[in-house]
Write a protein that binds this ligand. Structure first.
Ligand SMILES: [Zn+2]
Length: 284
C-alpha cells in the first residue's frame, strides 16, 4: 500500500481534491475485474435481447482482445473512442487524424469491426466532424451530447463545409452515469427512476434516446439492477434496444423502428480503461 499512499499524496498536491476523490472512486470500482462487470451487464440485458454499444479506447481494447471479442460474441457492438483517451479540443487537426488512424489500425489488427465513433469526453474540436467523415464512419454518438442536440429525439446529420455529413448522429441524453453516480450520488433505484422517466418521454415521441452508461459504473453489483429495470420497463413500453449500427441501418432504410417499436433506446457506455493501472496511466 506504500505506493498507493505516495500517489495519493502526489495527486492531492498536484491536481487537487476533486481528482483525488475521483481516483479513489475508480480505485474502488476497479477492485472488481472488468470481465465480471461486463458479464453483470450481459446478464441484465440478455433476458430481453437488449444490445449495448461500447465505444472503446483502442489502445485499451488491444490489451485484451479476448475480452473485446467476448463483447461481440455476446451480440453487442464496439465503436472507436480514440486510440488514447485524449481531449480532441486540445489537439491539432493532424494530431486528431493520427489518433483516429491509429485507433482504426489497432481494431483492424485484432479483427474487431467498427462502424462508429465517439470522441473521448464527448468533446469535439471544430474540425473533428470532418475527420469522422474522412475516415468513413457511418455514425457518431458523441456530437449529440452538445446542448444544442441533446434534447432531440431523431437521428440527424451535421453541416460540414456546407454539405450534410455522410454519417448520422444521435442525440445523447444528459443523464449519464457520471452525472447520476459521481456528481448526484444517486442510488440504483434513483438511476432507474430517472432513466424510466426519460424513456417514457421517448416512447411518447416515437423517437430515439441514447444513454451513456459506463461499464465501470453500471456494471457494479450495486448499480446493475438499474440497467435491468430500464430494459424491463422499455420492453413493456414496446421499445427496441438494438446496437447503434443496427438502429442506424434500419432507420436509414425505413425511417422507422423495427417491428413497429414505439421507440428506440440505444444503450452505450465507454470503456476507457480495463484496470486501475490503465486509469492511472491516463492521469500522468
Ligand atoms: Zn471516455
Amino acid at each position: 500500500m506504500r505506493l498507493s499512499v505516495s500517489w495519493i499524496k502526489y495527486l492531492k498536491n498536484r491536481r487537487g481534491k476533486k481528482i483525488l476523490s475521483q481516483a479513489l472512486r475508480m480505485f474502488r470500482f476497479h477492485s472488481i475485474p472488468f470481465s465480471i462487470l461486463l458479464r453483470n451487464m450481459f446478464d441484465a440485458l440478455e433476458p430481453h435481447k437488449a444490445k449495448f454499444t461500447f465505444p472503446m479506447v483502442a489502445s485499451v481494447a488491444a490489451k485484451d482482445p479476448g475480452l473485446t471479442r467476448e463483447i461481440l460474441s455476446r451480440g453487442h457492438e464496439v465503436a472507436v473512442h480514440g486510440f488514447k483517451h485524449l481531449n480532441y479540443s486540445y489537439l491539432t487537426e493532424q494530431q486528431q487524424d493520427d489518433d483516429i488512424e491509429k485507433a482504426l489500425d489497432a481494431f483492424r489488427a485484432i479483427s474487431i469491426p467498427v462502424y462508429g465513433f465517439r470522441a473521448p469526453y464527448n468533446t469535439y474540436a471544430e474540425d473533428t466532424p470532418k475527420l469522422v467523415e474522412k475516415h468513413g464512419f457511418l455514425w457518431d454518438i458523441g456530437i449529440g451530447y452538445n446542448p444544442k442536440h441533446r434534447e432531440g429525439s431523431s437521428p440527424f446529420r451535421v453541416k460540414i463545409d456546407n454539405h450534410d455529413s455522410s454519417f448520422v448522429c444521435i442525440p445523447l441524453n444528459r443523464w449519464s452515469d457520471d452525472l447520476m453516480i459521481d456528481i448526484q450520488g444517486f442510488s440504483s433505484h434513483q438511476i432507474a427512476e430517472t432513466l424510466r422517466r426519460v424513456i417514457r418521454r421517448a416512447s411518447e415521441k416515437h423517437g430515439v434516446v441514447m444513454f451513456d452508461l459506463h461499464p465501470i459504473r453500471i456494471g457494479q453489483p450495486q448499480y446493475v439492477d438499474a440497467l435491468k429495470h430500464v430494459v424491463e420497463y422499455g420492453t413493456e413500453l414496446n421499445g427496441w434496444f438494438p446496437t447503434v449500427n443496427e438502429a442506424v441501418n434500419y432507420w436509414s432504410e425505413h425511417g422507422s423502428w423495427k417491428d413497429d417499436a414505439s421507440f428506440c433506446c440505444l444503450l452505450t457506455g465507454d470503456i476507457d480503461n480495463f484496470s486501475f493501472f490503465d486509469y492511472l496511466q491516463r492521469l500522468f
